[in-house]
Design a protein around this ligand. Structure first.
Ligand code: NAD
Length: 294
């Protein structure tokens, strides 16, 4: 039996990202368990060789690794704090939580310290690459935490990611992810504005986009998101307005907390929070076509 077959991984949160991660881990040979609050998501996991669980407690009792893919830091802290007594009883065997949620560095550091005290590990390991990256094991992962926990988690991390970068100590992965998503949110706005200017000056947006993507104004947002989800009118990238608003809000809060003066980020944060015609459940790519007139 390979190491993967001897390793039990439970994925908590089987949403747009977590379901694909669970499927990828199962395909890589891990004994993969899954839990979500939604019965429908658990059924979808079951259809992909992931064993659905009745409770999160079962995941904490049975797993070598727990992979989290939860909406917010509050959800992450809630799940850990409600089940940490199970890990107290499992002090003979080190359990590592690999938290892929886009979470908050202060919350992460607090949880990592609690887990370390009990002889267990907690890595902040947020990801980029969307649902397709999750489903194909091609995510980019940015990791904060202890070197030995990163080394011990390598097989799980490598199954889920094409690139895994250990950024620094606990919380560093969260910081890198918030910086990355602040830039993605800004690119969504600046690219939309560039195409608005092109149209106002008599050039078709599609033609301007082809130029930008062959020149220095390009980004992943202009190269992938605009053609795939915005110009095509599909708006189904699988990442919600609500989650991107959360990321922009957290990046702005981090800048305020650290006293970093970021004038463009202030405007980006105001635009994402102020686009009230767009619902939290809308796809975040709607923002590229949302052109406020004032
Ligand atoms: P999602 O809303 O599709 O999925 C979240 C899932 O978590 C839902 O199925 C929900 O039922 C479940 N859940 C919530 N609370 C739970 C709990 N206490 N126990 C078990 N399950 C619970 O969100 P998503 O798009 O998959 O994103 C998950 C995380 O990954 C977020 O932090 C997000 O910011 C981040 N992220 C998303 C993307 C993307 O493209 N969608 C990309 C990178 C990072």
């Amino acid at each position: 039996m390979s190491n993967a077959q001897n390793t039990t991984v439970a994925v908590i949160g089987l949403g747009s990202m977590g379901l694909g991660m669970a499927q990828t881990l199962a395909t890589a040979g891990f004994k993969t368990l899954g839990f979500d609050l939604s019965e429908q998501r658990k059924q979808m996991a079951k259809d992909s060789n992931v064993t659905p669980l009745d409770s999160i407690a079962q995941a904490f009792e049975a797993s070598d690794f727990l992979v989290f893919s939860l909406p917010t830091a509050k959800d992450v802290a809630g799940v850990v704090n409600d089940h940490i007594s199970i890990l107290e009883d499992r002090s003979g065997k080190k359990v590592i939580i690999v938290d892929t949620s886009t979470s908050e560095p202060d919350v992460t550091r607090e949880l990592a310290a609690k887990l370390e005290e009990l002889g267990h590990g907690f890595l902040d390991a947020p990801v980029s690459g969307g649902p397709s990256g999750a489903a194909t094991g091609k995510l980019t992962m940015m990791i904060g935490g202890a070197e030995e926990d990163v080394a011990a988690s390598r097989p799980v991390i490598e199954a889920m990611s094409a690139k895994a970068l250990h950024v620094g100590p606990s919380g560093a992965g969260n910081v890198a992810k918030l910086v990355n998503n602040l830039l993605a949110a800004a690119h969504m706005v600046t690219t939309g504005e560039g195409l608005k200017l092109a149209l106002a000056a008599g050039i078709e947006p599609e033609a301007a986009l082809r130029v930008i993507n062959a020149a220095s104004g390009r980004s992943m947002i202009s190269e992938v998101h605009f053609p795939t989800w915005i110009v095509s009118d599909r708006f189904d990238s699988g990442f919600s307005m609500g989650l991107m608003r959360k990321d922009v809000r957290l990046a702005k809060a981090l800048a305020d907390q650290k006293g970093a003066d970021l004038p463009l980020a202030e405007t980006v944060a105001r635009l994402w929070a102020g686009s009230t015609e767009l619902k939290d459940t809308d796809d975040f790519t709607r923002m590229g076509a949302y052109l406020p007139s004032k």
